[in-house]
Design a protein around this ligand. Structure first.
Ligand SMILES: [Zn+2]
Length: 83
């Protein structure tokens, strides 16, 4: 059984020649994501994006190449109405 190929991180830091502390983390995120099935991958990426906080969705999209929405549907906010 062959393993799926590892997605190269697409963030600007990993494309620069300078070493940076998150390079190994980004590689590990892509390694783990490559070993998961589609649903597990989306849950994992969504969890990581929420853990990072503001900008996490965009950062994870750069790292993994996966585009949002990779999270389960959130309850929509109601405008001007009390629930
Ligand atoms: Zn990176």
């Amino acid at each position: 059984m062959s393993l799926p190929s590892l997605h190269p991180c697409g963030c600007p830091k990993c494309h620069s020649r300078k070493p940076h502390p998150d390079r190994m983390l980004h590689r590990q995120i892509n390694l783990l994501a490559s070993r998961l099935d589609e649903q597990q991958r989306r849950w994992f990426i969504a969890f990581e994006a929420m853990r990072i906080g503001w900008g996490g969705t965009q950062r994870l999209a750069q790292i993994t190449g996966l585009t949002p929405p990779y999270h389960p549907a959130r309850p929509s906010r109601t405008r001007g109405r009390a629930c």
